[in-house]
Design a protein around this ligand. Structure first.
Ligand SMILES: *Cc1c(COP(=O)(O)O)cnc(C)c1O
Length: 383
């Protein structure tokens, strides 16, 4: 890059692009990037094909087609008892990624501070930088990866404007508890902060863990922008249909930014996602059950290989500490792993500002067929 703007500094190429290219070049099993190797339900795929044939190929309405906004409102009511007016309190976006970027552009003044949980999803750093904000990480520390509420309180300054909260949390798999969420609420209300919540893994929670949206807490509906997307829940990550819910004024602000990013997208996918959201409880239960058994398969296998494994409560990632295998740097480890074993994983360090915190951590995706997970574990035996 030559003559580029300062806001690009430190962003580079996403680690996923680098590692997925390495996976292709070496013929490796890719447990790096978190995309499922099985597409979403047939009925949902057929609905998108039918929508193309029926002519849903031009710009949809700016805020999304009415049927999808209604389905999103119905979903929030059905799973969380949250009521939203589909005309004024719901916005369809180009994936959760655009929703996050538009929300940050809408609420972060240049110089304002955004507190984000570290390790953080990589688009957060870019979104905050594009808005001219300053990223202030609060670390979820190994080995428990719980939120330290004292650390959160200490991170707030007079310049803090936004809390960017991700639960279920990628990459640690932490699902914030009621106590942690109350603590976040107290901080947000006391300091009058806007809270952006990334809930894309809302349905991928295991054992007896439950996803609790921050918007359900007293004092939060008026200050929370709740973001989710179809990609993870319905195994259609390439469709990039996401959404934001919040008050009419907050949704109007996000829409103002969003309309000049993409304006709109995904005409034929929108009706298909509307139908997907209305699928019966059996769909949601099956997805969770399938992924939970894959989690157990990969977690047990990695532990047998000697990794120090953190079993996630949610998402489709497992974080491991590589030190028991005699390694200390996840980046070196992951760059060599494809050549040595034919498996790709992601060094969690790239999601930290406090690099030493993440140095020995490596993330593995388990949203893959059991046979592929078994093949990866078999290949890793050569370590
Ligand atoms: C995958 C992911 C996203 C992006 O969602 P899209 O709908 O594909 O844009 C956002 N946040 C987290 C934490 C993710 O893992």
């Amino acid at each position: 890059m030559r003559g580029h703007a300062e806001r690009l500094n430190g962003l580079g190429t996403t680690i996923f692009a680098e590692m997925s290219a390495l996976a292709v070049a070496t013929g490796s099993v890719n447990l790096g990037q978190g995309f499922p190797d099985t597409d979403g339900p047939d009925s949902v795929l057929e609905d998108a094909i039918a929508a193309i044939r029926a002519g849903a190929n031009q710009y949809p309405p700016g805020r999304g087609i009415p049927a999808l906004r209604q389905a999103i409102a119905d979903h929030q009511q059905r799973f969380y008892g949250l009521s939203y007016d589909p005309d004024t309190e719901v916005l369809v976006t180009t994936g959760a990624t655009e929703a996050i970027a538009a929300a940050l552009l809408a609420f972060v003044e240049p110089g304002a501070e955004v507190i984000a949980l570290e390790p953080y999803y990589d688009s957060y750093a870019a979104g905050i930088a594009f808005a001219g904000g300053r990223r202030v990480p609060v670390t979820l520390r190994a080995p428990s990866y719980r939120l330290d509420l004292d650390e959160l309180r200490a991170a707030v300054t007079p310049r803090t404007k936004v809390l960017l909260i991700n639960s279920p949390h990628n990459p640690t798999g932490t699902v914030l508890t009621d106590e942690e969420l109350r603590g976040i609420r107290d901080v947000a209300v006391e300091h009058d902060l806007t809270v952006i919540t990334d809930e894309v893994y809302e349905h991928l929670v295991y054992d007896d863990h439950r996803h609790l949206p921050l918007a359900t807490y007293d004092g939060m509906p008026e200050r929370t922008l709740s973001i989710s997307s179809a990609g993870k829940t319905f195994s259609v990550t390439g469709w990039k249909i996401g959404w934001v819910t919040g008050t009419p004024a907050n949704i109007t602000a996000v829409t103002t930014a969003k309309q000049f990013l993409t304006y709109v997208s995904g005409s034929p996918f929108q009706p298909a996602v509307a139908n997907a959201l209305a699928l019966g409880n059996d769909y949601y239960t099956t997805v969770r059950g399938t992924l939970q058994s894959r989690r157990d398969l990969l977690a047990t296998g990695l532990a047998d290989l000697g990794f120090d494994v953190h079993t996630p409560a949610g998402t489709y990632f497992i974080t491991t500490d590589i030190r028991p295998l005699g390694h200390t740097d996840g980046i070196d480890f992951c760059r060599l792993l494809p050549q040595r074993t034919g498996v790709v994983a992601i060094p969690t360090q790239v999601f930290y500002d406090h690099k030493p915190q993440g140095a020995p951590l490596v993330r593995w995706a388990f949203c893959k067929k059991e046979s592929l997970l078994q093949e990866a574990l078999h290949r890793l035996k050569s370590l």
